[in-house]
Design a protein around this ligand. Structure first.
Ligand code: KG4
Ligand code: ZN
Length: 355
């Protein structure tokens, strides 16, 4: 096995994206993504059974496409990497089963890895980015926000030391965008719709609550998030206007809601950087597409003297390249492969970087 610059195929099926990525060390060779998002649209959120079935259908074509795009043969691979968790159990199982089958058939080692840590590791694949030559420095704080997670991590070392500082105690941030979009009659996924509607709105029009920000909550949940109270507050506000026969100012509600989410995300992320004296913040997850989140992240980190890193958006959403990148780093660091007895673990803790 090439331990210096390993050729790794990564399989990601933790949610609704079937992601296959191929990397050579920190060089991205291909990143194939098939999403079942459209199939979930009429339910307003990801339906686990539908996602698992879609992975079954998409996996083999996605592997073929990724291998063709990378211009390699499967037999050239040094290893297979796969998401073991966290995520939707049934969806994870499809990827884990496929990865094991591939590894056994090819006689290649397998690395079962943590999805959340993959979101951090993807930052290494910066071919072509403006700051491609500046390596990720440790320690760093990472804020991961998607439809499935909202987590704040302290990463002391990508392959050996990742600590969970806090996470959402109810809805994920992306989920909150999706639910509020539904309340406003906007389609799924709600994030991009709210972003668009907010363009015409006033973010100060309505003061929506910032979850877990009162002194009492900060004592217990300093780095945790909560979005379900915010969602309820938006629903009540909208209902009251509707009951009074008034027109709901969708743009103002969207802008004010978005501001509440983005404000609390960055307040807590910057607080973690300051408290722990870590002047580096990395963002990841699909919600990073949010225009206001990126704008305010620049402002707040600039003001606090924190270096901000945002991987290219195509690598922020769930993908296989991030899993391959993390697998490659584990190999470079000399970690042994996972034993074939591992399974899908829907609640895998972030400190378990490799299973
Ligand atoms: O990482 P991702 O693609 O995958 C899953 O979590 O499955 O994230 C999708 C989530 C959805 O909840 C979507 O509404 C949200 O990211 N999202 C956004 C934006 N674009 C996507 N949220 C806020 N603003 C956006 N522009
Ligand atoms: Zn994710």
């Amino acid at each position: 096995m090439n331990r210096l610059n390993p050729l790794v195929l990564g399989i990601e099926t933790s949610c609704d994206e079937t992601g296959i990525g191929i990397v050579r060390g920190t060089t991205l060779l291909s990143n194939t993504i098939a999403s079942s998002m459209e199939e979930h649209a009429r339910y307003g959120g990801v339906v686990p059974e539908v996602a698992a079935r879609a992975h079954l259908e998409e996996l083999v074509p996605a592997i073929s496409a990724a291998v063709a795009e990378a211009g390699i043969r499967l037999t050239d691979l040094d290893a297979i990497a796969v998401t073991s968790g966290p995520g939707l159990a049934g969806a994870l199982m499809v990827g884990v089963g496929a990865a094991k089958a591939l590894a056994v058939a090819l006689g290649k080692p397998i690395y079962a890895v943590n999805h959340l840590v993959g979101h951090v590791g993807v930052d290494l694949l910066r071919n072509g980015a403006d700051d491609a030559d500046e390596p990720l420095e440790y320690p760093t704080i990472a804020l991961l926000v998607s439809g499935g997670h909202t987590s704040l991590l302290l990463v002391r070392d990508l392959v050996s030391d990742v600590e969970l500082l806090g996470e959402t105690i109810d809805d994920a941030a992306g989920e909150a965008f999706d639910k509020v979009a539904r309340i406003l009659g906007l389609p799924y996924p709600g994030g991009p719709e709210i972003d668009r509607a907010a363009l015409e709105g006033d973010p100060k029009a309505i003061r929506f609550p910032r979850g877990l920000s009162r002194p009492k909550d900060m004592a217990l949940h300093r780095y945790d998030f909560s979005f379900s109270g915010l969602k309820t507050s938006v629903a009540r506000w909208v209902e009251q206007r509707q009951d009074a026969g008034e027109i709901v100012p969708i743009a103002d509600v969207a802008a004010s809601f978005r501001e509440a989410v983005v404000d609390i995300l960055l307040t807590k992320a910057v607080a973690a950087c300051v408290d722990l004296e870590v002047p580096r913040l990395l963002l990841g997850g699909g919600v990073i597409a949010n225009a206001r989140l990126r704008e305010l992240a620049e402002e707040r980190t600039d003001a606090a003297g924190i270096a901000l890193r945002i991987p290219p958006l195509s690598l922020c959403t769930d993908n296989g390249a991030m899993i391959a990148a993390l697998g490659a780093q584990l190999i470079v660091a000399g970690h042994e492969p996972s034993s074939l007895g591992f399974g899908a673990d829907s609640t895998l803790p972030v400190s378990d970087i490799q299973v």
